[in-house]
Structures are given as C-alpha cells and as structure tokens.
Design a protein around this ligand. Structure first.
Ligand code: GLV
Ligand code: MN
Ligand code: MN
Length: 415
C-alpha cells in the first residue's frame, strides 16, 4: 500500500527496549553512558545498531568517516533520511542522539509491519562524532557527509587523548568505503530530546525546531611561569591559573551583559603541573560560545579577543588560541518546520516553534536538502548528564510525529 491516509502509530514498547538495550553499552553509574566517539564502547554500540538495521532488511553502508546509513530500499529516488548519533559525552545520558536513531528504526519497522511502502526509500543515519567531546569539531561526521570538511582533514583530527581520528576509525572497524560527501537526501528530519527546559516549563510536548544557534569553540593556552607557591611574592607571579579564572569570569559576565540567547561555557581546564604548592606554568581551557544571531556571536568573539590581549599584558602571560569549531546559525526549511508543527498538532499534541540551543547533525545536512527537527521535553532541562530523562509517553509521541513527517515527506516533491 502506498498512502499516507492510513493512520499508524509506532510500537512504544519496542522503541523503549532498543533505547534501554543501547544504553547498556558503555553504561556508567547513575544510569548514563560513556561512549566517546570511536572508542570500543562506540564500536559496540554501532555493532548493535547495525545488527538491528540488518534485522530490518536495511542496506547498511559505512563511509570514509564512519557514518553508518541504513536504507530501506523501497520506491524510487533519493531517500527521506532521519538519524542522529550514538556517541556520547563522557558523562552522557541514554537519549541524546540515541533516541533519534532508534526512533528512525522504529518508524521503518512500524511501516514494514503495516505493509505500507513509501514512494521513496527511508534511511537512518548514525553520524560519527556528533559530540565533538573527543575529536573537535562537533558534528564532524555530518559535516564531512555534507561536504563541509574533507575526509583527509577529518582523519587527521587529534583527540583529547592523542589518538588520530583516521586510525581510530580503522581500529574499531568503521573506516568504510562509501565516499564523502554523501548523496543528498530528498529531505532530512531529526528527532531529538530538547536538552533544555523550555518545553517542560511551558507544558508543551513537541518542539518544531526552527534552526540551530551558531557555535564558536576555542582552545585557549595560557603560558606563565612555574614557581614556588610559598616564596613567590604575589606581584611577581605570572600565574596561568589566575588568568584562566579571570577569563572564565569574563565570559560568564559577558553572557549576562549580552542577555538573550547568549551562552558561554568553560567546560575543560587543565593546569600544568597541577600541584598544590606550585604556581602553574600553563593552563589550557576551552571556551564554548553560542548565539542564535551571527552578528552578536561575532561581537562576543571580538570582546573575548580584546579581553585576552588585555589579560596577557596585565598578568604577564602569553595567551594563544586555536579555533576548534565555528558554525554559523542555521535556519531550517520553513516547509518542513510547518509540516512538523501541523502533524504534531494533528495528533493532539501541544506544539511550539523553538530554536535549538544544542548542535545537531541536522544543521549540517540542512546544507544538502530541506531539513528540520522535532524536539520532545527533557526532564528538568538536564542533558549531557547521566540523569537525562524524557518520559516514555513523550518519547513515543515524538516518534509518532517523526513517522508522520517521514511518510508525508516521502510522498511530496519540493519545487
Ligand atoms: C553537541 O551536542 C553540542 O551541542 O555540544
Ligand atoms: Mn545530540
Ligand atoms: Mn550531545
């Protein structure tokens, strides 16, 4: 049967079983997961998802940066694609990324069970290293898939633990043969937990995501002089720990001054030699600065530049910086956003339009085809945290909206 008229709903029990089974891979205390990209745990998670793809009769391909795509080869033309990632931060939850991948499989299995074939293939992508927590930038796999970074450059990225991305892909058996950039899908829609508090606070079940804010990551190295903590007078110190703290306070206050969507985070600080009685010689920290408005993001970056120059001079330290990621804000395709909004409401869900605060693979694939995202609430707005939680009813409702959206996208043409 080829029609979008027959109402269908996903099998929530099966969806939850897969989510919980994948969460066992790399499970950590508190109910979360540690599957940093291209580690053994990531490989084991990929193997499990691949086995489910094979069980559904999908054609599974792996490309030169390890993106794994499972395609239900029915109908004709470019596929309607969904997907996300299964790598996690070191202290990640069960749902970030995983939910979108597994809901994609559930959509396909639901249609297969009902004997309903879409007019186009449906594909589920598992994109490599979305988190960027081990290898920067974030969304690396989808960026390469969309042609925004070469395979060679991606392979040469060095991890926080010193490993080379290309070597790790080979080591875990996911250095695939498919070339990048990949083929453009007909359309792309990604289902994800919100990872923020807005839907829950507003009592709304579905977010129709209008776009993703811009992201600027940099690594800051502050070089001072190592010296004795007891004997070195305060006015003679060249103290990178102090400078790192001053920069941390500066970006926090900048976010407060700018207001609106401005957020700034220092998520990683390393001191050397990191000893109680030694003024450190070096601090290395990361800045994560985001805004929905590119011009405001540029203003934030300019203020940080100026502050670093002033700080280096004032504290007699050398400050060098390296960009780890820089992505402009992305606006999703209005046709797909309004489709999500309409289809979510048609199922009786409350729905609101909203931008995404987090980065997502959809923001890269949006370069290739009409794209949007669907959000469901995150309990207490917690994510990148083992306590990340979304109620089952919300997870199932989101998967139903994904089902309806993929079915409709498969029957429509964009002109
Ligand atoms: C990616 O998940 C990010 O938003 O940091
Ligand atoms: Mn994610
Ligand atoms: Mn994440």
């Amino acid at each position: 049967m080829r029609s979008t008229t027959q109402a269908l709903s996903v099998n929530g029990v099966r969806l939850m079983q897969r989510i919980m089974a994948l969460a066992e891979v790399g499970a950590i205390d508190g109910g979360g997961c540690n599957r940093l990209a291209l580690t053994d745990a990531d490989r084991d998670g990929r193997d499990l998802v691949r086995s489910w793809m094979v069980d559904l009769g999908l054609v599974v391909t792996v490309d030169a940066v390890g993106n794994m795509i499972g395609t239900w080869n029915v109908g004709s033309g470019a596929p309607v694609m969904t997907g996300s990632h299964i790598d996690t931060v070191r202290t990640g939850g069960k749902y970030d990324g995983n939910y979108g991948v597994l809901a994609g499989l559930e959509v396909i299995e639901t249609m297969q069970d009902a004997g309903i074939e879409p007019s186009r293939p449906l594909a589920v992508g598992v994109f490599t290293d979305e988190e960027g927590a081990r290898f920067a930038p974030d969304m690396l796999g989808s960026l390469v898939y969309a042609g925004g970074m070469s395979v060679e450059e991606a392979h040469d990225v060095i991890a926080i633990d010193g490993a080379r991305l290309g070597d790790e892909l080979e080591r875990i058996g996911y250095l695939g043969a498919m070339p990048c950039p990949g083929a453009a899908p007909h359309a792309f829609v990604e289902l994800h937990i919100e990872q923020g508090p807005l839907l829950e606070v507003n009592g709304v079940r579905i977010g129709a995501v209008t776009g993703v804010q811009g992201i600027s990551w940099q690594e800051v190295t502050i070089q001072g002089q190592s010296n004795h903590a007891g004997t070195t007078p305060m006015h003679l110190r060249r103290d990178p720990a102090y400078a790192a703290a001053a920069l941390t306070v500066f970006v926090r206050e900048l976010a407060g001054r700018f207001g609106g969507h401005q957020v700034c985070t220092v998520g990683k600080v390393d001191l050397h030699p990191n000893l109680t009685n030694v003024v450190p010689s070096r601090a290395v920290l990361t800045l994560d600065v985001r805004n929905t408005d590119e011009l405001v993001l540029q203003r934030a970056e300019a203020e940080i530049d100026a502050f670093c120059s002033e700080l280096a001079e004032r504290e007699n330290v050398a400050i060098t910086r390296r960009s780890l990621a820089r992505f402009e804000p992305v606006v999703f395709d209005e046709r797909v956003v309004s489709m999500v909004e309409r289809l979510a409401a048609a199922r009786g869900n409350t729905v609101q339009r909203m931008p995404s605060g987090a980065g997502h693979d959809a923001q890269m694939i949006a370069r290739m085809c009409p794209t949007a995202m669907i959000f469901v609430p995150s309990h207490k707005g917690l994510s990148h945290n083992v306590a990340e939680h979304t109620d089952e009813a919300d997870l199932v409702a989101g998967a139903d909206v994904l089902l309806d959206t993929m079915r409709e996208l498969a029957e429509m043409s964009f002109s």
